[in-house]
Design a protein around this ligand. Structure first.
Ligand SMILES: Nc1ncnc2c1ncn2[C@@H]1O[C@H](COP(=O)(O)OP(=O)(O)OP(=O)(O)O)[C@@H](O)[C@H]1O
Ligand code: NI
Length: 381
């Protein structure tokens, strides 16, 4: 096993709002190893972005409050040490987002914005040309060389007319082009670790694949480690070495991508996967209940009100700890205990977890029982 690059340990994040206290992250544990691509999946509102922002150090505190936990980057605790976090962020991490327009100022050209990023990085004490020299091994650092470097970055993103694009304003470019530019910018500081938060969700289907291809190509070529946040289970399976499934602010299941998809053990994961064919076939159906109310979450396992394998007196009494259900495969569920063999856990999953059959998907009853949430709607885009 490679060394961990990022470790999240018992992360609890609450938000104080006028509606009350939102107990969102409820003890998240997550590890990303060197060179590994990890996908974080789950319905809308389950806490994926809050987790990503916590790791990136961009969560605003307040309203967010760290109730417990540690985040270690190559062994250095950063959650409680903003200076260390800033340094790591500047030198090693980058993030790409769903909506590039939020991060591209409309009044500057792409070339200007890219230059600004160098200047911002320069706040660490190095001048812009100095930083370039330092980071990119440039001998000089005059305007022409910097422009040259920007052109090269855009070319890596398969932008065919990089010179022209540098002189354009963000609004003059397509969504896909803007996302390519944002990825190029994210790679400017030569990060070692990338967080991608739904980077293709806002794009046309045909463009989604191209962007995903560009990201995975860069990740492979530069040997980056990546946390990829998505609703789209197909994408997660395609790109991830390991998957973390999140529900209501908890990691409910984790493991190698193939294992989690082929042998899901947590009732939530089972429902999530079963809801895919339904959703691609039937628009708007199969949606049931909702994620927990974070101001008043269910006691015990937060999934218990929606769970087909719910056991009264157990699931509502205590928080389930992750249990090994296979090789490097864990589920946080009272159906399993550590003494079981992987085969026994499969038998339990098959016996105790039953969702409504697909052919009943159009009835009201199925709608209240099936698990779908927003996941498939996003998959359809
Ligand atoms: N700034 C905030 N103030 C108050 N509550 C917040 C704030 N940010 C997030 N939350 C709470 O955290 C929950 C999880 O948000 P998060 O953005 O992490 O979900 P997500 O899994 O990324 O969803 P999506 O797939 O829609 O992006 C939200 O439902 C909301 O209740
Ligand atoms: Ni999100």
């Amino acid at each position: 096993m490679a060394d961990p690059i990022v470790e999240v340990d018992d992360l609890k994040i609450h938000f104080d709002t006028y509606e009350g206290r939102h107990r969102v992250l409820d003890g998240v544990n997550l590890t990303i190893e060197e060179g590994e691509t990890v996908a974080l999946v789950g319905e809308t509102g389950c806490g994926k972005s809050v987790t990503g922002k916590s790791i990136m150090g961009t969560l605003k505190r307040p309203p967010a409050e760290v109730v417990s936990g540690e985040i270690r980057y190559r062994g250095t605790e950063v959650l409680g040490d903003p200076e260390a976090h800033d340094r790591v962020k500047r030198e090693e991490m980058s993030m790409i987002f769903q909506d590039p327009m939020t991060y591209l100022s409309p009044v500057f050209t792409i070339g200007d914005i890219m230059s600004d990023i160098y200047r911002y990085s320069g706040e660490s004490g190095l001048s812009w040309p100095g930083l370039l020299k330092e980071l990119l091994g440039f001998a000089g650092g005059d305007e022409a060389e910097i422009r040259e470097r920007n052109v090269e970055l855009l070319r890596q993103m398969e932008i065919s007319n990089p010179e022209g694009v540098l002189d354009k304003y963000p609004a003059e470019l397509s969504g896909g082009m803007r996302q390519r530019i944002l990825i190029a910018m994210a790679l400017m500081n030569e990060p070692k670790f990338l967080i991608a938060d739904e980077p293709t969700t806002a794009l046309d289907v045909t463009v989604q694949d191209q962007i995903l291809g560009l990201i995975t190509e860069r990740v492979e070529q530069e040997n980056l480690s990546m946390l990829y946040i998505t609703h789209n289970l197909g994408v997660a399976r395609e790109i991830a070495d390991r998957i973390y499934v999140m529900y209501g602010g908890n990691i409910v299941e984790s493991g190698p991508a193939d294992r989690v998809f082929d042998d899901p053990r947590h009732p939530y994961t089972v429902g999530l996967l079963e809801s895919i064919p339904k959703l691609t076939g039937l628009e708007g159906s199969g949606i049931d209940g909702s994620i927990p109310d974070y101001t008043d979450p269910p006691t015990g396992c937060r999934f218990n009100p929606r769970c087909p394998a719910y056991m009264a007196g157990e699931c509502d009494a205590a928080d389930p700890e992750p249990v090994a259900v296979g090789d490097d495969h864990e589920a946080a569920c009272f159906l399993y205990d550590e003494s079981m063999t992987p085969e026994e856990t499969i038998a339990v999953a098959e016996r105790d977890i039953t969702y409504v059959a697909d052919d009943a998907a159009s009835t009201d009853d199925a709608q209240t029982n099936a698990i779908a949430g927003e996941v498939p709607a996003e998959d359809q885009q």
